[in-house]
Design a binder for this molecule. Structure first.
Ligand code: ZN
Length: 283
């Protein structure tokens, strides 16, 4: 059997196909023209609520969406406008998709996009300190914020992304988990405490928010002391002052933490929670 030859080609009547294509192109052009006249001025640009970028209408996608909705509804009067997507949002989503492992490390879904690249610098050298810590992988980094939502956890997740693993846990959840394992009376395999001691990076988010009490707080001391001894990196985010942390963890542990302190970054500025909230509800 021979392949596709010139003889075969001559047998195909290309004209009807070309005619259809031409007709389709003309319809699309007419639709785009109609939409261009119809589109209200206010809707010609869309502002990304998360990043503030403006994006114009994607006329090809709009024509396609309008044709589809007209066909679906059987109504030739309806119009649909589709805007180009904010490139920063697209980049964030791409980063989040690559980060399934971050979720496995305990990072909440709404923080999976966090990286050094999309961190909004708050104070001089905050990013530089965090990057240096991520490359040194030793000691303790404290990220303090006078307010909620100033980017503490973002920076912590960015460090985890750089180091490539670890455990991200809120102080509160850590206490709950340790308490639960006490009740199970040694029935669990590797305990939370053991995992926190061994992991390549431990991030305790919102240190000081949990009401520790007795044995549970002792476990926190054990974790922090063991990591200190093994020179394993830890990040603590907190709203507390140094004095309050000292009260919380006790003088003995505090002194050890102080010895292995890499840097304390204090983030100030307006809370980014509002922007974050907008992003949270985006699909
Ligand atoms: Zn955006």
């Amino acid at each position: 059997m021979s392949g596709f030859t010139r003889d075969h080609l001559e047998q195909i009547d290309a004209l009807p196909v070309l005619g259809k294509l031409k007709e389709l192109a003309e319809k699309t052009a007419a639709l785009k023209n109609e939409l261009a006249h119809w589109a209200p001025e206010a809707e010609r640009q869309r502002v990304c609520e998360k990043h503030g970028n403006t994006t114009p209408i994607d006329w090809d996608a709009s024509a396609h969406a309008t044709a589809k909705v007209r066909l679906d509804l059987g109504n030739d009067q309806v119009c649909r406008l589709v805007h180009f997507r904010c490139q920063k949002c697209v980049a964030d989503e791409g980063i989040a998709k690559q980060s399934a492992w971050l979720q496995a490390c305990g990072v909440p879904a709404n923080m999976l996009h966090c990286s050094f690249e999309n961190y909004q610098v708050r104070v001089a050298n905050d990013l530089a300190h965090a990057k240096k810590f991520a490359s040194r992988k030793k000691g303790c980094l404290v990220i303090r914020g006078e307010d909620m939502g100033v980017g503490k956890s973002h920076l912590a997740v960015a460090i985890m992304r750089e180091i490539g693993g670890g455990i991200f846990v809120t102080n509160d959840m850590l206490m709950v988990q340790i308490r639960k394992e006490y009740r199970q009376n040694g029935q669990v395999g590797l305990t939370t405490k053991e995992r926190c001691i061994k992991t390549k990076l431990l991030i305790i988010d919102d240190l000081g928010t949990a009401d520790g009490g007795g044995d549970v707080l002792t476990s926190l001391h054990t974790i922090l002391t063991a990591r200190h001894g093994n020179k394993l990196p830890s990040v603590r985010t907190t709203n507390m002052t140094e004095e309050q942390i000292e009260d919380y963890v006790g003088k003995r542990v505090f002194n050890r933490l102080d010895e292995s302190l890499h840097t304390c970054i204090t983030l100030t500025g307006e809370s980014m929670r509002k922007q974050a909230r907008t992003a949270y509800f985006e699909d």
